[in-house]
Design a protein around this ligand. Structure first.
Ligand code: SAH
Length: 251
């Protein structure tokens, strides 16, 4: 019997194909099967061998090409066929990427796996917007928050907005465009000054990057006016204002 293959949960980075790791690129070049989704730059797909089997399982807000369970079954099946499988995911596989669920499924089925970290959207968007997420004078903590908890859960189950408002550190929101009004209002109600700088970055690190500078008070309104939508990152805190001076990419 053929020995079982393995699955590499590889982070593709936030967009700019050059931000993938050297290890991620090597695994792409070597793999027998590639399973990838929507937020992965098409240039990365050119690195796989011509005979590599490709599976698109794309996911976009509200639209799943393949349900999560089917993705996990696909990974298990490919590995059981003895293949070296790369599961390429946007950003870092373990930050809001369901990499944890996929690793658990592999573990349960006794499949060997490795995890290759990557630049997550928060870090890529901040860097390409000239925003240092920490700064000696402004912020000594950064928190990554999902703005889009599972709709079947009570709103405050996993995210304690009041506590996040109170820390005074930098907050970075993923998947928050649909609920930005409610989130910014909640942070203001919890005591974050309405004048706190906010930077919204869409398609960060790609040729399509667009960003806007606002405050907690007007960010939601400005986003609607500007037409910015997902995928976007929202950076909240005094450091967000530094982007006005330090921006170097989309200017
Ligand atoms: N694992 C990914 C996050 C997946 S969740 C990571 O580590 O980056 C998808 C969310 O990530 C999007 O809704 C958006 O909030 C954010 N995102 C991913 N790529 C982005 C990009 N290029 N620019 C802005 N936001 C991005």
């Amino acid at each position: 019997m053929k020995s079982k293959g393995s699955v590499f949960l590889v982070g593709a980075g936030p967009g700019d194909p050059e931000l993938i790791t050297v290890k991620g690129k090597r695994l792409l070049e070597e793999c027998d099967a590639l399973v990838y989704d929507y937020l992965v730059d098409k240039q990365l797909l050119e690195w796989v061998r011509p005979d590599c089997e490709r599976h698109y399982v794309g996911k976009r807000a509200g639209f799943h090409a393949l349900p999560q369970e089917a993705i996990e079954q696909l990974l298990v099946r490919l590995a059981n066929e003895g293949k070296r499988v790369v599961r390429l995911k946007g950003g870092d596989p373990f930050i809001f990427g369901r990499g944890g669920e996929e690793a658990l499924a592999l573990k349960q089925d006794g499949i060997r796996y490795e995890v290759v970290p990557a630049v997550t959207a928060a870090l890529g968007c901040a860097a390409y917007s000239g925003i240092p997420l920490t700064h000696r004078e402004h912020s000594a903590a950064v928190t990554f928050i999902s703005g889009h908890e599972r709709p079947d859960k009570a709103e405050s189950d996993l995210v304690n907005w009041e506590a996040h408002a109170a820390t005074g550190g930098t907050l970075v929101l993923y998947m928050a465009m649909g609920r930005l009004k409610a989130i910014t209002q909640r942070l203001i109600d919890a005591g974050r000054p309405a004048t706190t700088p906010v930077c919204v970055v869409q398609w960060g690190t790609t040729a399509r990057q667009q960003s806007l500078q606002a405050t907690l008070a007007d960010a939601a309104e400005r986003v609607v006016e500007s037409g910015l939508g997902p995928p976007a990152i929202v950076i909240i805190g005094d450091v967000a204002g530094l982007g006005e001076t330090l921006a170097w990419y989309d200017i």
